[in-house]
Design a protein around this ligand. Structure first.
Ligand SMILES: C[S@@+](CC[C@H](N)C(=O)[O-])C[C@H]1O[C@@H](n2cnc3c(N)ncnc32)[C@H](O)[C@@H]1O
Length: 354
């Protein structure tokens, strides 16, 4: 018996990858085909919010509880099951529960206590997740102007490049060449869903395009996508050709301040995306410059700690906007995106600027 999702076959692969990336696939049972539907077993009942994320891929998706599913060929359920007979009880306590799945690559943080067993953990991940080809360990913090995290190869195929799928789009990712985080997946689709037909969007720090591609996939719009890292722009170009897009993406490699000046991107944007937490505050003047004179929306991302991060992020962006002779007409939404460190959040504030 298992909870399961009932989805149209044509969306099945996207739904399966989405739930596998959240580690919710119930590998104890086989996926079943019924007419034009796939019945995908899942580990637990999904929340209404989780279902609503999936309904963006298949609007008719349903959840159900079934007792007619075939058990799979005794695949281990998780890396925990594989490691249980090999590790002591104390060691088992240190095994990380979560990791990033990017296409067929896993990136995991190995705790200090288990460094000498990192390959064994990598192999357990390969055994438990049959779609995974390669496992890397985090080897430091996201760093430098390009915001790339150093990684250490652990096991599997020696490759750093993969195709990551989310919300019906394909993104070319190379974990050593440009920043990418699957943990922002909900944010990518949230902003795409807010964008309207014919909008002009400037993404000041576009990376490999996880905001630009979903927007262009969803609406006929024009996106000016800027990044200082040539590796990120090359991957964005690749993703443009991997997807059927309604909108147009124009990409630029360079410092966004220079690009906005040199490419005459002043006062064109209905919407500006600023996902460079920690540094975006220094580019609010560039965002104000590129927004239409009559106004537009800024999606401002920042790392914020303290008692009231919602209040702090709005105060920070308001102060900077005021320095540019503009003001916030209204705060449309403020939300916590993810925990970025103990007692620190990556926050986003959507503000309408006039
Ligand atoms: C945190 S990453 C976010 C990338 C992308 N928006 C995403 O969500 O995956 C920030 C990006 O800003 C780029 N960057 C840093 N400084 C920049 C600048 N002055 N002008 C343009 N891009 C810059 C980095 O290369 C990096 O790809």
């Amino acid at each position: 018996m298992s909870y399961c999702l009932i989805t149209l076959k044509k969306f099945g692969e996207f739904i399966r990858e989405e739930i596998d990336s959240k580690d919710l696939l119930n590998a104890s049972f086989r996926i079943k085909v019924e007419d034009k539907y796939l019945i995908i077993p899942i580990d637990r009942e999904l929340t209404r919010d989780e279902l609503s994320v999936l309904s963006k891929i298949d609007s008719a998706i349903k959840q159900s509880f079934r007792n007619d599913l075939q058990p799979s060929k005794s695949l281990p359920k998780s890396h925990f099951d594989v490691l249980q007979p090999l590790f002591s009880e104390k060691e088992m306590e240190f095994i990380p529960r979560s990791f990033d799945t990017i296409g067929d690559i896993i990136v995991i943080e190995i705790p200090e206590e288990l460094v000498d067993k990192k390959e064994i953990i990598g192999n357990a991940l390969l055994t438990a997740h049959t779609s995974i080809k390669t496992v890397y360990a985090k080897a430091g913090k996201v760093e430098g102007i390009n915001r790339i995290r150093p990684v250490e190869y652990l096991v599997g195929e020696k490759k750093t490049k993969t195709i990551y799928k989310e919300h019906g789009v394909r993104l070319a990712v190379d974990i050593t060449q440009a920043y990418f985080s699957p943990r922002l997946s909900e944010e990518h689709s949230r902003i795409a869903n807010k964008t309207k037909v014919n909008e002009i969007i400037v993404d000041l720090f576009c990376g490999i395009g996880p905001f630009a591609i979903p927007i262009a996939k969803k609406v006929d719009s024009q996106i000016h996508a800027i990044d200082i890292n040539p590796g990120a722009i090359a991957l964005l170009q690749e993703s443009i050709s991997l997807n059927k897009l309604l909108g147009t993406i124009i990409s630029y490699c360079g410092d966004c301040r220079k690009v906005v000046d040199e490419q005459n991107l002043e006062h064109i944007a209905d919407r500006v995306i600023m996902n460079l937490p920690g540094y975006a505050i220094d580019f609010v003047d560039v965002a104000c410059k590129t927004l239409k004179k009559e106004g537009g929306i800024i999606h401002f991302f920042e790392f914020v700690g303290g008692e009231n991060p919602e209040k702090t992020i709005v105060e920070d962006i308001s102060r900077e906007i005021a320095k540019n002779d503009r003001k916030i007409d209204s705060v449309l939404e403020v939300r916590k995106v993810r925990m970025s460190a103990p007692r620190q959040w990556q926050m986003v504030a959507d503000v309408l600027v006039i």
